[in-house]
Ligand binder design. Structure first.
Ligand code: F6R
Length: 577
């Protein structure tokens, strides 16, 4: 996965392209680079690491024809030389590429040059383009005809004021604004500035300048394309080059958390703080994953606001003999805002004249019409049935809400928001875990909530019979099931409970169970496997620690031959009771 942003304007385009690359960082952030035209010649600037490193290098650069790239390494190690843009040996062509040129070794043998700056498939393609006969468009069309694989390309040529685009099996779109044309791997890059865009289909090409864009078919023949109006578009939506939506959505979590943070710290007013502060207690109600986020939401309110909380499963709350109160705010959490059990409870609360709030991820939904206040989550459309980014955005929104109620400064979360990234599980550890068919998740307090969510993910997409258990509860029953064929995933992110978790781990190992520790700390116990988490404030660790569990479930699912996006017997929106 990589991200492309390219554009032409009468003004300096460097900031626009760097800004676009930042929005695409969720697609890869090993390294980044831009190429631009200066006095007809191609210039390149690259940097390893986050886009901000590239930004520093470009501080004094001005250019109005620019192609940019953020890389997630596929061919070749992470290095400046392997970063895009890549230049042909004659220096006449620069390209940025998202995708994989599967036959690049074969194409290499057709090239006159035997010298390469990098180990990448993309550099080979730059040389293939340069070597082709005809005008610039013909060169690209002919080169792409030779390619086996996937590509979204932005290409620039020496002494040329146009940028060329090409697409096959990797997303690419282009938007036209006032004196500016911008192309990108993701239409969310256009969201704030442009009214409409065009989405390229496979084997289509485009030529852009600062005023317009012309489209061509696979033979280089001009074609017309329809506009897509951006206000009608659900960003982060079905525009994906990941094999599974679930993987796409797991990887979108940093971007979604960032968006949530910037929305809640903007000038927008989502609720009347004074009115909400007046409530004496908070009762959270939801189903499934959203129920797990409620368990954390209640913890945040207790911890930061020292107020009474209750948490109920919607399907239980409906039939429970609840003691309801006007001093309590009833908070319904639902990604879809359409879950029948949750809606039934919200209706009941409304009929009784009590106050309620919805935490939802969809602006137009039944739940939002029933409640007195709405806290939106900004995860963007979630397609995969198993909830991932909606869950972490719910946690983060509830944390922001609790901090606001407690009168705390939200800016303290900014460094987390900018640092938070999706970890890599590593193939070694995965290979050793696949043999286990009996898996438990244990944790205490906030890590217990993560255990429940980790177990739910594995159950629903990999169909493994697993359980989330509170660390202290093992010895009250479940320990009887632990033997040397059992994997226990121990989550330990709280300093004050580290020793207690060490005891839990000892209990498991004494019965022959194997332990995978998910933690940011060293523990004084031997474990069989470990996933080391980055260090963040303890209240943020439920967001950090659930990510490897989501990925683990996905890996098990794919390994067992299932489709993570459409687990059997489940639906994304459960509109029946
Ligand atoms: C699990 C999952 C479900 C939903 C539950 C509630 O991954 O997605 O457990 O969390 O069906 O759905 P919403 O949040 O739409 O009310």
């Amino acid at each position: 996965m990589c991200g492309i942003c390219a554009g032409i304007s009468k003004e300096n385009m460097i900031d626009e392209i760097v800004g676009g690359l930042k929005k695409l960082e969720y697609r890869g952030y090993d390294s980044s680079g831009v190429a631009y035209i200066e006095n007809g010649k191609i210039k390149v600037v690259k940097s390893v690491g986050q886009i901000k490193n590239l930004e520093k290098k470009l501080a004094k650069t001005c250019a109005n024809i620019v192609i940019g790239h953020t890389r997630w390494a596929t061919h070749g190690v992470v290095s400046e030389s392997n970063s895009h843009p890549h230049i042909s040996q004659d220096g006449k062509v620069a390209i940025v590429h998202n995708g994989i040129i599967e036959n690049y070794e074969k194409l290499k043998t057709t090239l006159k040059t035997k010298e390469f700056y990098s180990q990448t498939d993309t550099e080979v393609l730059a040389n293939v383009i340069s070597q082709m006969p005809g005008d610039n468009l013909q060169k690209i069309v002919s080169a792409c005809r030779e390619v086996v694989g996937s590509f979204a390309l932005a290409v620039m040529f020496e002494n040329c004021k146009d940028i060329f685009l090409a697409k096959r099996n990797s997303p690419l779109a282009v938007a036209i604004g006032d004196g500016e044309v911008l192309a990108s791997s993701d239409i969310s890059v256009f969201a704030e500035k442009f009214e409409f865009c065009y989405i390229l289909d496979d084997d289509e090409f485009a030529r852009i300048n600062s005023k317009n864009v012309v489209f061509f078919d696979k033979n280089g023949k001009k074609i017309e394309k329809n506009r897509v109006f951006l206000k009608n578009f659900d960003f982060y939506s079905d525009f994906s080059d990941e094999k599974y939506f679930m993987l796409k959505e797991v990887k979108e979590q940093p971007m979604a958390i960032r968006k949530t943070f910037f929305e809640y710290t903007s000038d927008k007013k989502f609720f009347d703080l004074q009115q909400l502060k007046a409530f004496k207690s908070f009762h959270f109600i939801a189903c499934g994953t959203a129920y797990h986020s409620c368990l954390m939401g209640a913890r945040y309110i207790r911890h930061f606001c020292k107020k009474e909380t209750h948490v109920s499963l919607a399907s239980e709350f409906k039939y429970d003999e609840n003691v309801l109160s006007k001093k309590c705010l009833y908070i319904f959490v639902s990604q879809s805002g359409e879950t029948a059990d949750t809606i039934a409870c919200a209706k009941m609360i409304k009929e009784k004249g009590l106050m309620s709030m919805g935490i939802t991820n969809v602006s137009y939904c039944t739940l939002n019409n029933l409640v007195d206040f709405v806290l939106p989550t900004f995860a963007g459309r979630e397609v995969a049935v198993a909830s991932t980014k909606a869950y972490t955005c719910q946690l983060f929104t509830m944390l922001l809400f609790a901090l606001m109620l407690a009168g705390k400064d939200l800016e303290t979360l900014k460094s987390f928001v900018l640092d938070f990234n999706v970890c890599d599980l590593g193939s070694d550890i995965l290979q050793s875990l696949f043999k286990f068919k009996k898996i438990f998740f244990v944790g205490r307090e906030q890590d217990y909530v993560t255990s429940l969510e980790g177990a739910l993910k594995l159950k629903e997409i990999a169909y493994l019979n697993c359980l989330g258990i509170a660390g202290g509860e093992l010895k009250h029953g479940t320990l009887a099931l632990v033997d040397d064929e059992t994997l226990v995933i121990a989550i330990s992110t709280q300093t004050g409970l580290k020793e207690k978790m060490e005891n839990v781990i000892e209990e498991i190992r004494a019965r022959g169970g194997k332990v995978l520790l998910v933690s940011q700390f060293e523990h004084n116990t031997k474990v069989d496997y470990k996933i080391v988490l980055p260090v963040h404030e303890e209240c943020l660790m439920p967001i950090v620690s659930v990510v490897p569990l989501q990925l683990l479930a996905l890996e098990f699912c794919v390994r067992l031959g299932f489709n993570p996006d459409k687990p059997r017997n489940l639906a994304k929106s459960v509109t029946v009771e």
